[in-house]
Structure formats: C-alpha cells, structure tokens
Design a protein around this ligand. Structure first.
Ligand SMILES: [Zn+2]
Length: 218
C-alpha cells in the first residue's frame, strides 16, 4: 500500500452516520465557549486528522467509501493532477466544517447560517450531477458516473449522507459528546436516549476517573 497516513485511517467511526463520522475526523473540537472565531479555527487546525489529500483517501478507505485498489489509483491520479487535488482537499474541509456547523446548530436548537447551507447545496449539486439512471435487474437503479478517476468522489457520498440525514433523520437524537475537549457528534440510538459519550472506553472513562478523583478530594 502506498504512503497512507495511518491516523486518518484508524479513527473511530462512532457517529452512526457517514456525515457525522466525517465531522469527527477532527479530534478535540470543543473549545472554551468564550473563545473567538479565530481561536476556534486554530484549535480545529491543530486537532485535524486530515492534513492532505492522502489522509482523505485513507479515511475514505477506512469508512468503506473506496476500496484499497481505488484509493491507490486515486492517489496516483492525485500526483498527476496537483492543482485539482489541492482544490478537492480544500472543498473536503469546507464541506466538513459546513456540515459540522449545521449539525451544531441543530444540537443547540439554533437556525443554521445560510452560507453553510449554501456550501452544502453546492456540493450536493456536484454530487447530483454525477448520478444517472441505469437499467437494473427488476427496477432501474441510480448509479454514480465516472467514479474511477474522480478525485472528489468521496465528497459526493458525504454530501449525500448529510442531506439524507438532515431530511429524514431523527435530529432530536443528535448529540455532542460530553467529554471535556472532545466535541464529536453522534446519533443517539440507545433505547432510552441516554448516550452521553462518543465512546464509553474513552471520554466516558475519563469522566468516570475525574468524578472518582473529585470524590476522593471531597
Ligand atoms: Zn468524546
């Protein structure tokens, strides 16, 4: 396998939706609520697991959006098409942050910013332009076109997942992890809607240890 960053390709996928897992490719999103926009952006850059296009490919392979052979092919393509790769990668980060901001608005029961919806709609327009109807066995089926060399193919799936989630998902179940500096988002599918943590082993455990320590101090 070519030089794929192992971090992006090993992130926990706990969101319950592709679009939420994509948001969670930034570790430690939560920042002091009093910080300004610049401080928030800087913190995100520091915690970002996607540093270049190869990371996006590693993540896409990990999330099952492309096979290993497809990822290897796209990596080779990306080296031939540097300018386009830079632009696809910038679009990926912009799409991710737009979905994150929209979902955070949902969690906080606030209306989303129009500019973020516009950005998601732009990506949806690109994705929908890649869909075509084809003859299937019984019924006709939707297919993606020209996937082989499309450097941005994973973005079509992410944008599509976000649109599907936002239009048909039970948004009351969207949660932000309660971990101190986590901020990952997930869909709470627990029966009594009580899931608090991205991962009980991780943020859940840390919180337990912290409660235990403060009890000891008291
Ligand atoms: Zn967490």
């Amino acid at each position: 396998m070519p030089e794929f960053n192992t971090y992006a390709g090993n992130l926990r996928l706990i969101g319950g939706r592709l679009c939420l897992d994509f948001i969670n490719s930034v570790g430690g999103r939560r920042v002091d609520p009093s910080s300004n926009k610049k401080a928030v952006e800087d913190a995100i850059i520091r915690a970002d697991k996607l540093r270049e296009y190869a990371d996006l490919l590693a993540w896409s392979m990990h999330a099952g959006l492309v096979t290993e052979a497809e990822a290897a092919r796209l990596l080779r393509e990306s080296k031939q098409r540097e300018e386009e790769t830079t632009s696809v990668f910038a679009r990926a980060l912009a799409l991710r942050e737009a979905i994150w901001r929209i979902c955070r608005a949902v969690v906080n029961q606030m209306p989303p910013h129009q500019s973020e919806l516009d950005l998601l709609n732009q990506e949806l327009a690109i994705a929908h332009g890649r869909v075509r109807l084809a003859a299937g066995e019984k019924n006709f089926v939707w297919e993606w076109t020209d996937t082989k060399n499309a450097l941005d193919r994973m973005l079509w799936l992410v944008a599509d997942s976000a649109a599907e989630y936002l239009t048909t998902g039970d948004l009351k179940r969207l949660r932000e992890c309660g971990g101190d500096d986590c901020g990952w988002l997930f869909e709470d599918t627990s029966r009594n809607r009580s899931r608090q943590w991205c991962d009980m082993q991780d943020c859940g455990n840390l919180a337990k240890v912290r409660r235990f320590r403060s009890r000891l101090r008291a």
